[in-house]
Design a protein around this ligand. Structure first.
Ligand code: ADP
Ligand code: MG
Length: 348
């Protein structure tokens, strides 16, 4: 373990998990600071839930270690770890009131009924469920149920909170509100949190840092901005944005960039040339293109264009939907300019 890792609150080293002959991950390395909000982001099946369950002690692991606050928890039971977990499905007790669902963990810990009452009341305020104490789960909306699940995890004062796609089953509006609430509560408690999602927008909005996973590997760790603007490889470029990838020979031909790797160009970094406008040096000469198709995404119009000087180069160009007069028709020709500072080589 290096010195940098020693300063972290959570250290995961060489973590390995197999199901029979299926190795889900092998040699996972990562560290998390106290109070950090980390998002595990990646496509379905890449191993996010398995990693989270391994941290919680719900999955026996096949190698490696987990340290929290200097303590080796690798072989502790889930109860000993002091880790709270919220799942996608609420997993509430259907025959218990909100109050009793939340109090359950404290009763297990044999707290006095007076203390239990006090702690539960505090948490109910925190997750904004006042007035719902005597309701049963079936009398609550999905968002409220998920807040009960959150309260139940928080009431025992975990040192780490793990959230496995807690918003996936909720509709868009409630989802947006609840992710904001989760982030506010997490900050208020300065609670070290690992949140799992397959939604890159959610990861971008919520996280201090994102761990991007693919096929059981953490392929990049960094702030949302770093991951979005400096993708480590083609997978990240494709998953985080709608980056255009261009072969090395075209990078040379079109932009005089010498590289053996593909280059990545963000769709929103491409300009449509405006006549009479002066462009600084880091903006390319104009390249003629023809619009193949377009999609209206609301605030953005996404054009598919073909470059005239490069038959194989189809590009995605995102333009702000400023006014309906500016909508460009399919078949129309236009001149594109590229911000050379934003073009970068990416590993395969
Ligand atoms: P994610 O949460 O990223 O969608 P999972 O961690 O659920 O992915 O799954 C990762 C891999 O582990 C998948 O190939 C999945 O089939 C396998 N897996 C997960 N849980 C089990 C299990 N209990 N038994 C066998 N294989 C499992
Ligand atoms: Mg999962």
């Amino acid at each position: 373990m290096n010195i940098d890792q020693n300063n972290h609150y959570v250290n995961i080293s060489q973590l390995t998990k197999r199901f029979g002959s299926n190795t889900v991950f092998e040699g996972i390395e990562c560290s998390i600071k106290q109070g950090e909000f980390i998002t595990l982001l990646g496509p379905s099946g890449c191993g996010k839930s398995t990693l989270l369950r391994s941290l919680a002690g719900l999955n026996p692991i096949d190698g490696g270690s987990i340290h929290v606050d200097g303590e080796d928890i690798t072989h502790q039971t889930p109860q000993e770890r002091g880790i709270g977990m919220v799942f996608q499905s609420y997993a509430l007790f259907p025959n218990m009131t909100v109050e009793n669902n939340i109090a359950f963990g404290l009763k297990m810990k044999k707290l006095s009924s007076e203390n239990i009452k006090k702690e539960v009341a505090k948490i109910i305020q925190l997750v904004d469920l006042a007035g719902k104490e005597q309701h049963y789960p079936h009398q609550l909306s999905g968002g409220q149920r998920q807040r009960v699940a959150l309260a139940r995890a928080l009431v025992v004062k975990p040192r780490i909170l793990l959230l496995d796609e807690p918003l996936s089953a909720l509709d868009a509006k409630i989802r947006k509100r609840l992710r904001q609430q989760i982030r506010e509560i997490q900050k208020e408690l300065n609670l070290t949190t690992i949140f799992v999602t397959h939604d890159q927008e959610e990861a971008m909005i919520m996280s201090d840092r994102i761990f991007l996973m693919n096929n059981g590997e953490i392929v990049q760790q960094g702030s949302p901005e770093e991951i979005y603007t400096q993708p480590a490889n083609e997978f990240v470029a494709g998953f985080m944005g709608h980056y255009n990838l261009m072969a090395a020979q075209h990078a040379k031909q079109l932009f005089n960039i010498d590289t053996t790797e593909k280059i990545a160009i963000r769709p929103e970094s491409i300009y449509v040339e405006e006549k009479g406008r002066h462009y600084p040096k880091h903006i390319s000469v104009p390249l003629t293109a023809k619009i193949r198709s377009h999609q209206l995404l609301g605030n953005v119009i996404r054009y598919q264009v073909a470059l005239e000087s490069c038959r194989d180069c189809e590009l995605t160009v995102d333009l702000l939907n400023r006014s309906s007069e500016r909508l460009l028709a399919n078949g129309q020709q236009l001149n594109l300019r590229f911000n050379l500072n934003e073009i970068q080589p990416v590993r395969a």
